[in-house]
Design a protein around this ligand. Sequence first.
Ligand code: SF4
Length: 462
Amino acid sequence: MKTTTVARTNQVTPQCEGLSFRNHHTSEVEKEPPSRPLTANPEDEPPGKTAAGRSYFFRNVPATSWNDWKWHFRNRITTVSALSQFLPLSPREQRQLRLVTRRYPLSITPYYLSLIDPTDPDDPVRKQAVPSVQEITMSTLGMEDPLAEKEDSVVPGLVHRYPDRVLMVLTDICPMLCRHCTRKREWRHGGWMRTGAQIEAMLDYLRRNDNIRDVVISGGDPLTLATSHLEVIISKIREIKHIEIIRIGTRFPVVLPQRIDAELCEMLSRHGPIWLNTHFNHPRELTAESAAACDRLLRAGVPVNNQSVLLRGINDSVETMLKLCQGLLRIKVRPYYLYQCDEVQGTEHLRTPVETGIRIIEGMRGFTSGLAVPTFVVDLVQGGGKVPLQPNYALSMSQDELLLKNYEGQVFRYRNPGHQNGRRKVAAAPAVSGVVASLLADATPPAETKGDADAARVSLRP
Ligand code: SF4
């Protein structure tokens, strides 16, 4: 089913209000040059980590604007020429990026841009936000809609794939356009939001299907809607008795945490249980602002989970994922999923072999608390759904016992309880009276021959 475009947003302001711009490639200075030189001095803090939580590009922006998510939204960087005022881009790169953005547009919030180190072309934050020419040179690989969301749409914008839950896509607008996005196909349609009639059709489907207990509101990013508009939709979902929980999928805590304001949190707290899934991919995204946003949500009774995507050259190492997931726990966000990057056209350069994800989980499990270890999943093509992939810890399994490998690679025998066949010989029980014996017959598990099992278990240790 084709998603329809219903309401286009206005053109985004190409330049930011009140900012100092500098083109690092041509050294053209349009306003005041930054007072700090752009050198990779190891003594310097990276640009995103200044005390005020913003780079020197934005140091002249008044706090009232910087703390206002609508200011960031209005001032998104959406053109290559605006971007070249912040990052060093050669004329050739600019030409390439113009070509890419004709097919896959660009949008970066000033907040997220402030996390980029402009001196590092391989900066992991930059790679998620700044287009790459490989988006088009490798675009023969992958599919437009690998998860077949259109086929599983029961009404426009409502995907019903699993028995008890649905995905409700309210808009295709996002504050930032992530280069690895699964719904990249929607970008060329421009910004749209569902009409009142389309939302009513979705609600009607929910009312008629009482097996649905969980509604995931996603996008695009649903928090681009005004809080009052979102409240109308959420309260109508809440009126449906069989809907138990609502989940919101949003990247705002990462790319524009100022959006998580008191008004939004109060609204969400009125309509719980609401869960929020966000999308941190790299420890550099864990800032004071993003931590405060998550804290506000938690205080409003909204549990926050994180869904990362495994991305080549960004977070595809044990060290980075450990740092990210441990950092998430410190801000009380649970690492939930680590996704294999979907087979989406225009993302091939960011995809990793599946083994990389398994190796990362193997390098985390046991080496840090289990709460910090996400579930690695592949979302199957053609709407096959999510499949969790684990390192192989079970080397063999029979009715009697398993051979299990622990996180250090040591192999243990583990007795498999519950099967009657193949039990080891039971030691003779001490004599008991007839009544007691009959009571114990059902309640006492058969004992093993003393010593055998323990001796055997450690025998395989290296
Ligand atoms: S926030 Fe999500 S939907 Fe929006 S561009 Fe990023 S990955 Fe895609």
